[in-house]
Every structure is written in structure tokens, then in C-alpha cells.
Design a protein around this ligand. Sequence first.
Ligand code: ADP
Ligand code: ASP
Ligand code: MG
Length: 242
Amino acid sequence: MLIVRKYGGSSLADGERIRKAAQSVAGLVAQGHRVVVVVSAQGDTTDLLLAQSRELTKAPDLRELDQYLAAGEQMSAGLMAMALQELGVHGMSLTGAQAGILTDGSHGDARILTLCTDRIRRELDRGRTVVVAGFQGVDRLGDITTLGRGGSDTTAVALAAWLGAERCEIFTDVDGVYDKDPRRFPDAVRLEKIGYDRMLQMAKEGAQVLHDRSVELAKDHQVPVWVRSSFRPGQGTLVCDL
Ligand code: ADP
Ligand code: ASP
Ligand code: MG
């Protein structure tokens, strides 16, 4: 089975967490699955990078800001590939551009236009576990773009759609989708399943758990998405057609 699995920033916050995530991926590989791992920048890296750029300019050139911010995910990807290799898995990292993620030129809020999956397929066929830097792509000029805050979810769903993956898993710091933000509302109730339309509405209203464009893409391409916790066992929530 081909699985696309995404780890968010809190799931990769330090070396130990990266090792844990890599061990879990290695478990899938040992079961015979082909895996594409999508990674976010570690912890609050993107916020820190934004703060650093603000020390230099209040109105950054958006092309340059993308060039800078995309590095956070690129670093995570390299670390994850190294962690996988340490476990005897043939991990290899790719930036969004190397992974063939083509976007429009709207720096900071780019939309994925298409995916050239040749490279990823070739690497999977060679037995590689491919680690893709989330949140980024490349426009037709060859410039790095970013997909908007939270955009690594969209990278994962797009890869699952274009590769025809059987599963797309979003590993995060909550054990699924709730009827409201479980951090703010202790009485929030976890949902076993949620339809694309309701999920999209929640994402558009600011529920961070999934990037709104990832839900749009999942609906358009009929990708079932599992939202699960990196820290607690469990099936999580299935986002699908209801
Ligand atoms: P990641 O770094 O893994 O991408 P995010 O911080 O982007 O994680 O998204 C997970 C967060 O989304 C949770 O910690 C939670 O506070 C928030 N959230 C908001 N609304 C919801 C909801 N309805 N269900 C689950 N989580 C939600
Ligand atoms: N690192 C980016 C952000 O913080 C993308 C992501 O995490 O999905 O918005
Ligand atoms: Mg997120």
C-alpha cells in the first residue's frame, strides 16, 4: 500500500520527536508499505523565521520571504531522512521543487497547479522512503513559493491525490478533529468521521487542524484523510465523503 503521512511542527519539535516519528515510519516500511513522508518546519520555526525577517524589514519582498521560510521545511526533511537512515530505512529528502510540486506565482499564498510525480515514483521504485519538505513548491520561473500558513497539509493531500495513495495521514498534536477547538473548549467532542464539506467550513472558519486548501483538494480528488495524534495511539478522525 502507498501511504502519504504528514508530521506537523510539534511532532518534530526536537531530535527525540523526529526519532519517534522515524521509528513509526520505519514500522510501516517493515510491513511492506511504500511511504512518502511530508514534514513541516520543527516546532515554532516558521514563526521564528518570520520574526527574524521583521527585524530587518516591515515590508519584505515576498519572493525573498518564501526563499527564507521554505528553509524551515527543508531542514526538517533532511533531518527526517537522516533519522530514517539511522534506522536502516533508505530515506531520502526532496524539496517541493525536487518533488515536482508546481504552483502559481503568488508568493506566500501559492496554489498548487500540478504535480510532476516522476522523480518521487522513481525513488519509490528504487526502494526509497521519500521525505518531502511541506509548505512549498516552485513556480514556472523556477522560484520557490510557499502555500500559506499551515500549507504542509496541502502538500500531503496533493501528493496523495497525484500519486494515487491509499491513505493520507495527518499526524498532529490532537487525536483527531473535534466539533470545536479542544484546546479552547474542554467539552469539545472528537468526531469519528467528518464530511469534506463540514471540515472545509471549519477550516475556513479558522480550525487550524487542517489547511483549508488541503480539504478542498481532498474533496476534489476524493482522498480520504486521517487526522491522528503523534503522541497518543488511536485511529483519529476520518475526513471523507459522508
Ligand atoms: P500541526 O503543527 O501538526 O500542523 P496545527 O497547530 O496546525 O498542528 O493544528 C492542530 C491544532 O488545531 C490543535 O492543537 C488544535 O488546537 C487546533 N484546532 C482548532 N480547531 C480544531 C478542531 N475542531 N479539532 C481539532 N483541532 C483543532
Ligand atoms: N511551517 C508552516 C507554518 O508554520 C507550514 C506548516 O506547518 O504546515 O505555517
Ligand atoms: Mg498545521
